[in-house]
Write a protein that binds this ligand. Structure first.
Ligand code: PLP
Length: 400
């Protein structure tokens, strides 16, 4: 007992002195949006005021759809008010509104929730320990007579094994939908990652690389499909007298589109700034025992949307939770994306596929993952300071 109390008080006093020495002057959050020029945004707003056209496929909405399709290298894109509604509409567009869909538990809650809202039972499949994405070698064991589709997520923008997923889906006659909320601008062998599957969803939430505050898009494979999606996101209205089905209101408005048009002008710079910061993190953390991270992948143009690290408690000296909490004292605010796993939520935990024994890799990664701050306007020195704090914490944990 005495030994334990002594260790904790030693820990506290060495932590206090580290905090005094290395605390950052200002809080650093996991992300911050890069804002377009206020004056230029006001210029765009002036046009909206003059036209008095606020939503329903306005001029800026049409322009943003055109420019995004061009930038991303896709042909058919439809804008939305957010990514969640876009994913809801993706399932409706493919007429999937029952049965089962195979998906990952290592994602944001929206992914399984859109299945639930469409009357579909999520079936959780384990993930790959290197990419944190669906493990294709474990998908087939979950396919049943009720399976309609695979809903895969390009977690942190790292592409799924799209070829393996496509092959399995083709063999079993299943649809493939990608939650590409994190994968804006990611390219695979020079081609947009959004071209795979029946449909891909993008999120333009304030926490995302490309943002319109709230917003999103669906990328699909044909103009006919885009037309159906456009009707579904507008209450099912096809023309003044025709409603083709039970649609919803998923439209992006002109104020969001104006923001997006300006954000698009600086997106390459944003990715380049993040690429540099990711390089500094990798250099600063590489030789710290018990810390690992994702590396660049051959043939993939990454977007550096997140900087996740994996913490091996035994080697590092602190658990993920301890590191997450202690960093707050240094003004460093990290996030445990994605903990807890979606399979642990009360609405899904009773599903047979939610059993931890079915998801050993996801269970482990969710306990070890931590996303460090990364955004285009983050100072390089701050990233170096964060690496120093992580290193000092590990050293001091080992010296106790
Ligand atoms: C993987 C994933 N899917 C879906 C969403 C939902 O997108 P939105 O917030 O635009 O509705 C998010 C983020 O917010 C996400 O990270």
């Amino acid at each position: 007992m005495k030994g334990k109390a002594e260790t904790s008080s030693k820990r506290l006093s060495s932590l206090d002195s580290l905090v005094q020495q290395y605390k950052l002057p200002e809080p650093v959050l996991v992300t911050r949006p890069t804002m377009p020029s206020f004056e230029e945004y006001c210029g765009r707003l002036k046009g909206i005021w003059e036209r008095r056209w606020l939503t329903n496929e306005g001029e800026l909405h049409r322009e943003l759809e055109r420019r995004l399709a061009e930038y991303l290298g896709v042909e058919h894109l439809s804008l939305f008010c957010n990514g969640t509604i876009a994913l809801m509409v993706a399932l409706q567009a493919l007429r999937i509104n029952g049965g089962e869909v195979i998906t990952t538990p290592f994602t944001f809650p929206a992914t399984p929730h859109v299945l639930y809202w469409n009357g579909i039972r999520p079936v959780f499949c384990d993930i790959d320990e290197k990419t944190f994405n669906l493990d294709p070698s474990r998908i087939e064991q979950h396919i049943s007579a009720d399976t309609k589709a695979i809903l895969a997520v390009h977690v942190y923008g790292t592409p799924c094994d799209v070829e393996a997923i496509e092959e399995i889906a083709h063999r079993h006659g299943l649809h493939v939908i990608y939650d590409a909320a994190h994968a804006f601008g990611v390219r695979h062998k020079g081609e947009s990652i959004l071209q795979y599957g029946d449909l891909s969803m993008l999120s333009f939430h304030a926490t995302k690389l490309f943002t319109t505050g709230e917003g999103g898009a669906l990328v699909c494979q044909s103009e006919a499909q885009r037309k159906r999606i456009n009707n579904l996101k507008n209450f099912g209205i096809a023309d003044e007298e025709t409603v083709i089905g039970p649609g919803i209101n998923g439209k992006m408005n002109e104020l969001q589109a104006a923001f997006g048009l300006l954000a698009l002008e600086t997106i390459e710079q944003e990715i380049e700034n993040r690429r540099r910061l990711a390089g500094i993190y990798r250099e600063g953390l590489r030789d710290i025992a018990g810390i690992s991270f994702l590396e660049d992948i051959r043939d993939i143009r990454s977007n550096y949307a997140y900087f996740p690290i994996i913490i091996d408690e035994e080697q590092f000296g602190l658990s993920r939770d301890e590191l997450h909490n202690v960093l707050k004292q240094f003004n460093i605010f990290t996030r445990k994306y994605f903990y807890p796993l979606c399979s642990h939520f009360p609405c899904y935990s009773a599903l047979p596929s939610s059993a931890p024994s079915n998801l050993p890799v996801a269970e482990r990664i969710a306990r070890q993952i931590l996303c460090l701050p990364i955004y285009g306007t983050l100072d390089e020195e701050v990233v170096q300071d964060i690496c120093t704090v992580v290193r000092k914490l590990s050293e001091s944990a080992h010296n106790l």
